[in-house]
Design a protein around this ligand. Structure first.
Ligand code: PEP
Ligand code: MG
Length: 754
């Protein structure tokens, strides 16, 4: 059965046309399960009817007939979202006969729902003549097949909607793909797809005019790979026998002109870009081999894939492909990474879309800091086919509209104009304090990473840097920056803000922040080698960074150092020892070093319970609410599937945040927050009422937070906090927040939040 399942899934995955996908599914299941009928009913989202979309066994003329979702046993399966298995369908209380299908001949019926992320897409049915109940093993097999096929059907549906037939084109306007908000804002423009390097699956579809030069680059890449294989074969001559070395000849033969290579060249000659021609040919061949039962032949799929990757590597040899970005483009990538954002010129971009990742991914945080509207986790987006397509990107709700109608464009253009006006109004707040109507002041600091953030932060009236993510300049390089290079980078941040404080976090790599020149491969990176765990294991990296920070601070004296991902007290004592060592070394070198204040980030539940112990040891506490939420709720901040479970307003998160303040206050140590919650209007007010000493956020949100604070009353905000802390359900908390904001007359700041 498992074999059959794998075979069906592999075969179906290779097909992107929805009708063909459905036909393949019904015919393979009918044949594989040796039953007389297999049919698929899919729900029509406009009228909610269940339509017979494909069948092997029922009369083909009945394809297209439909049932209301409350009709028949099929309707029952969809409604209850559970299987129905009966040997006597005609006497089932929900039975409803659809004339013209020919189903009156079949007595046994097994229907299972097709469910994708809680939504019932339709029903998969098998039927047979003799009145025997399908066995439990058959039922569980059909449930398994259906669960696997749901995602494939969704993808095929999405693909069908981006390349609709002429007839469908008219009805395909405003096709909406749903992700999560990465950075708020609206963008209207054309898509540019960026491929990940040497990943055959993520090569974007491309067409070229200069066929000659594409063939030339392909042949050059091919020759490189041929020569690599010959070299590898010769190198292993002593270690391998003749027979094993013959494998290399097999590789070389695959690359001959009348084999794979010839096929790829043919495709380029027909107008495909070299990378696209290569990836499509290679993937087609691997799918064919993948489907074979013979294990030896199956293995050939990985040989072909490997060859494909090698050639692609050479085609992309000059590093990431240069991306031609026109003014107003919307960049789409399979997985947007912080490094990618560092490499491209973001000035011309009006929006970003990432198929993977969530609003809490570091790429999204960077996008927010740059003020680029962004959608993350648009899992169903058939992104490879979208180059040049017109879209509307709604970064507030995480919705991407493909092929927008004039009506939709007008609505969004009006909203965009309004937001620009609002932004201009907020600019007037720059020199005013973040002070409530009843006189309570809340200092607003910023989070920085790129040098561009610094100027933007100053323009918005920031009073300090609460988090400088030092790993960002590390990410946009090819090797670790030297001590002098780091000193120069840090100096700019300190100088720009002096005498205002600048909090530099020591290198926080690991998790989703990797350095190409220091790869960390782990099964579970967010629970792995991250932040201070890495730098304590590499004192040479830590010491260089601390020395550079201290040297840069010599002239300004406004540095604060902060340690990320601290879990245990020994991590603080070991870090302090290394900082002492750096101070001693630099003093011996004749520099006038002043010990900067040291702080720890509370990001891990263990650290939360040690807040008071840490507060006793350090000069300040800063809460990294992004990670703290992830670890408290056990929800991967990068995983779009669980993005709806990630909530800063979960009662446990709010209780934890309050607890940290209370504990830090017992030691008279200032406590701040530098996670994204500080940039949320309601979050900022609640944190203020909890007693946080300052809030640090991305510069783009600062004016809005200042505006909400200036329009609020501390007494009322304290009341809101009291009410919220009494509630133990996230949904009720959100409702209470909205109600309280409305009562305070702050309706403009109510936003959909998760
Ligand atoms: C946090 O975890 O809240 C934080 C500020 O750090 P980062 O988002 O860089 O992990
Ligand atoms: Mg963090």
């Amino acid at each position: 059965m498992l074999k059959l399942l794998r075979k069906i899934v592999t075969e179906v995955r290779a097909e992107s046309d929805l009708e063909k996908v459905l036909k393949l599914i019904v015919s393979r299941i009918q044949e594989g399960m040796q039953t007389q009928v297999c049919s698929i009913y899919l729900k029509d989202s406009t009228n909610q009817r269940l339509i017979l979309r494909a069948s092997q066994g029922l009369h083909q003329k009945s394809i297209g007939s439909s049932l209301s979702q409350h009709e028949g046993v099929v309707g029952l399966v969809a409604n209850r979202a559970e299987p129905v298995n009966t040997d006597d369908i005609e006497h089932h209380p929900s039975y409803c006969f659809i004339p013209g299908t020919g189903e009156e001949r079949y007595h046994s019926f097994l229907g299972v729902p097709i469910i994708y992320r809680r939504d019932v897409l339709g029903v998969l049915v098998i039927q047979q003549y003799d009145g025997r109940r399908y066995k439990e093993t058959e039922e569980s097999f059909l449930v398994t097949v259906s669960a696997q096929l749901a995602g494939i059907i969704i993808h095929a549906e999405a693909s069908a909607s981006v390349s609709p037939s002429k007839k469908q084109q008219k009805s395909q306007v405003d096709r909406c793909f749903i992700g999560v908000s990465g950075a708020p804002g609206i963008a209207i423009g054309k898509i540019v797809v960026v491929s990940q390097s040497a990943d055959l699956d993520s090569v974007a579809e491309s067409e070229v005019e200069d066929v000659g030069s594409e063939v030339f680059s392909f042949e050059a890449a091919l020759e490189h790979v041929r020569s690599d294989i010959r070299v590898a074969s010769a190198r292993l001559a002593e270690k391998l026998g003749e027979e094993e070395r013959a494998l290399f000849d097999v590789y070389l033969r695959m690359l001959e002109d009348n084999s794979l290579a010839g096929e790829i060249v043919k495709r380029i000659m027909a107008g495909s870009g070299a990378q696209w021609a290569l990836s499509s040919v290679i993937l087609e061949h691997t799918r064919q081999f993948d489907m074979m039962d013979d294990p030896y032949l199956k293995e050939r799929a990985s040989d072909i894939r490997d060859l494909g990757r090698r050639i692609l590597n050479y085609l992309q040899e000059d590093g990431p492909q240069s991306i031609d970005i026109e003014e107003g483009s919307i960049l789409v990538a399979e997985e947007l990474s912080p490094a990618m954002l560092g490499e491209i010129s973001t000035d011309k971009l009006s929006g970003l879309v990432s198929v993977k990742g969530s609003g809490n991914s570091h790429a999204a945080i960077l996008a927010r800091s740059m003020g680029i509207p962004t959608i993350m986790g648009a899992l169903d987006l058939p992104y490879k086919k979208l180059s040049g397509r017109s879209v509307v990107l709604d970064g507030h709700s995480g919705r991407l509209y493909l092929n927008p109608s004039q009506e939709l464009l007008d609505i969004y253009q009006a909203q965009l104009d309004e937001e620009r006006e609002e932004e201009a109004e907020l600019d007037g707040l720059k020199l005013l304090p973040a002070k409530t109507l009843d006189g309570v002041t809340m200092p607003l600091w910023v989070n920085t990473g790129l040098m561009a953030d610094v100027q933007r932060a100053l323009d918005k009236g920031a009073e300090g840097i609460g988090l400088y993510r030092t790993e960002i300049p590390f990410m946009i390089r090819n090797v670790f920056p030297s001590e002098q290079e780091q000193t120069d980078i840090y100096l700019k941040q300190l100088e720009a803000f002096a005498p205002m404080p600048v909090t530099m976090r020591t290198l926080d790599i690991g998790g989703d922040k990797s350095l190409s020149y220091f790869p960390i491969e782990e099964e579970n990176p967010f629970l792995g080698w991250r932040g201070v765990r890495v730098t304590l294991d590499h004192p040479e990296i830590f010491l260089v960074q601390i020395r550079a920070m201290l040297r840069a601070n010599e002239a300004f004296g406004n540095l604060r150092i902060m340690l990320p991902m601290v879990t245990s007290i020994n991590e603080v004592t070991e870090s302090v020892a290394l900082i002492d060592q750096a101070i001693l070394e630099l003093t011996e070198e004749g520099l006038n070093i002043v010990r900067p204040p040291l702080g720890v980030m509370i990001e891990v539940p263990a650290a939360l319970y040690l807040t008071r112990v840490f507060a006793h040891q350090v000069d300040f506490i800063s809460v990294g609410s992004n990670d703290l939420t992830q670890y408290l709720l056990a929800v991967d901040r990068n995983n779009p599937r669980v993005a709806s479970l990630y909530s800063n307003f979960h009662p446990a998160v709010l209780q934890a945040l309050k607890y940290i303040v209370k504990e830090a206050q017992k030691e008279n140590v200032p406590v701040s927050i530098c996670g994204e919650l500080a940039a949320d209007p309601a979050g900022a007010l609640l944190l203020m009422a909890m007693g946080y000493n300052f809030l640090s956020m991305n510069a783009n949100n600062l004016p809005k937070i200042k505006s909400v604070i200036r329009q609020s009353n501390f007494e009322q905000v304290t009341l809101m906090l009291k009410k919220v802390l009494r509630l133990n359900d996230g949904e009720l908390i959100k409702q209470e927040i909205d109600r309280s904001l409305a009562q305070m007359g702050l309706t403009g700041f109510i936003k959909p939040r998760n």
